[in-house]
Design a protein around this ligand. Structure first.
Ligand SMILES: NC(=O)c1ccc[n+]([C@@H]2O[C@H](COP(=O)([O-])OP(=O)(O)OC[C@H]3O[C@@H](n4cnc5c(N)ncnc54)[C@H](O)[C@@H]3O)[C@@H](O)[C@H]2O)c1
Ligand SMILES: [Zn+2]
Length: 362
């Protein structure tokens, strides 16, 4: 069990790592986070962990209100946010009470958003239960919901009162969901930590479970350091976290979610490392090492089922593409990257076509 402190400009909070779910009630009492606790969860997670969570709160004489939504991205809507707001009001929740999210990134994004606007902000406690949410979505204070026009278009920066993780919740996660988190952890290794990356290189895949607590803690520390320096994403320092995401995001959207977010950024990381090599930012072996690790963990790296024109049709209409240029985080070595590298979209297209041609003959 460990605690990591996140220091912000006007406040701080703790991330509790490896604590049992059943003990959270006591912590809420100790910290005086109110008598009424609204739990937001989805049906998958609530059916497994709802009872332990409620039990822990009821033992502390909390009044528990639960809101359980359907699993998946479709739950991040203004409608669900409105329903939650009404539940808060109906149950006379006050500013001292707490919204507690029990689930993955969808749940913490939605619940954090509602916590930020109900009565102009009430306590928000995140209990992330996916690997992706533990290393990424629950850290950093971004909350929000989707509109039909696009993802995360409505939201706020709102820091939690604390984040509480029980690693055992990861045991019930599907392999595909686990891999999404692994892809983000590999990203942290490439951008900032050779130590993380080397674990993926050196250790056998079936030993990964044993190394997860260390990998989660190190990943969180990397994200937290970036967030502490650029809380509201105003200084461009968070851009480093976008490695693999410039193309990854385009693949995810242009292929209509055929690839999960983690799979898309895996493909994005392979392609962006290839670009790094071709533009002289890194040596050839860095590209092959990255590709090797993605392959070892069953993440996609080759573009055989990608339609390259779909990606570029999407990118040409994307607001992020300014005057035919794309911004990348490029790899210099494992653990070292350069942010804000501008590359002409035509050059990116040329390099990727060459990459695909080479893959075919390999
Ligand atoms: N706010 C941020 O900074 C940030 C960063 C990254 C991603 N996100 C957001 O996070 C979302 C993706 O997060 P996610 O992948 O965690 O999605 P998710 O919340 O949809 O969870 C994925 C699936 O796993 C299931 N699940 C969750 N925990 C489980 C467990 N312990 N056992 C069994 N099943 C479990 C869920 O029911 C769901 O079906 C996206 O909406 C994305 O926009 C936000
Ligand atoms: Zn991501």
């Amino acid at each position: 069990m460990k605690k990591v402190k996140v220091n912000l400009k006007d406040s701080h909070y703790f991330i509790y790592l490896g604590y049992p779910l059943k003990d959270i009630g006591r912590l809420l009492t100790e910290k005086r986070y109110g008598r009424r606790i609204l739990i937001l969860s989805d049906t998958n997670v609530f059916s497994i962990y709802g009872k332990i969570m409620k039990g822990s709160l009821i033992r502390e004489e909390k009044e528990v209100i639960d809101v359980v939504v359907r699993p998946g991205e479709g739950a991040k809507t203004l409608n669900n946010a409105c329903d939650m707001l009404k539940k808060c009001a109906e149950n006379k929740m006050g500013r001292d009470d707490t919204i507690l999210t029990l689930g993955g990134g969808v749940i913490s994004d939605l619940g954090g958003f509602v916590a930020s606007i109900y009565m102009r902000g009430i306590n928000f406690v995140a209990v992330p239960t996916t690997l992706l949410a533990q290393v990424d979505a629950s850290i950093g204070g971004k909350t929000g919901v989707n509109l039909t026009f696009g993802k995360n278009l409505v939201g706020s920066f709102y820091q939690p009162s604390f984040v509480y993780m029980d690693y055992n919740t990861l045991l019930t996660l599907s392999e595909r969901e686990k891999k999404q988190g692994i892809a983000e952890i590999i990203k942290y290794g490439i951008i900032k930590s050779k130590k993380i990356f080397d674990i993926f290189v050196d250790k056998p895949v079936d030993e990964m479970k044993k190394h997860l607590p260390f990998l989660i803690e190190e990943s969180i520390k990397i994200k937290k350091d970036v967030v502490e320096k650029d809380e509201k994403e105003k200084k461009g320092l968070r851009e480093i976290l976008n490695f693999g995401h410039t193309l990854g995001h385009a693949i995810e959207i242009s292929h209509l979610s055929k690839f999960s977010h983690g799979e898309s950024i895996s493909l994005g990381m392979a392609a962006e490392t290839y670009i790094s090599w071709k533009l002289g930012f890194c040596r050839k072996d860095v590209y092959f090492t990255v590709k090797g690790v993605l392959q070892k963990y069953g993440l996609p790296f080759n573009f055989s089922s990608i339609t390259i024109d779909k990606i570029f049709n999407y990118l040409r209409y994307d607001k992020k593409v300014r005057q035919g240029n794309l911004r990348f985080v490029l790899v210099q070595n494992i653990g070292k990257v350069k942010s804000g590298v501008v590359v002409k979209i035509e050059d990116v297209s040329k390099i990727l076509k060459e990459m695909i041609k080479n893959e075919k003959y390999r």
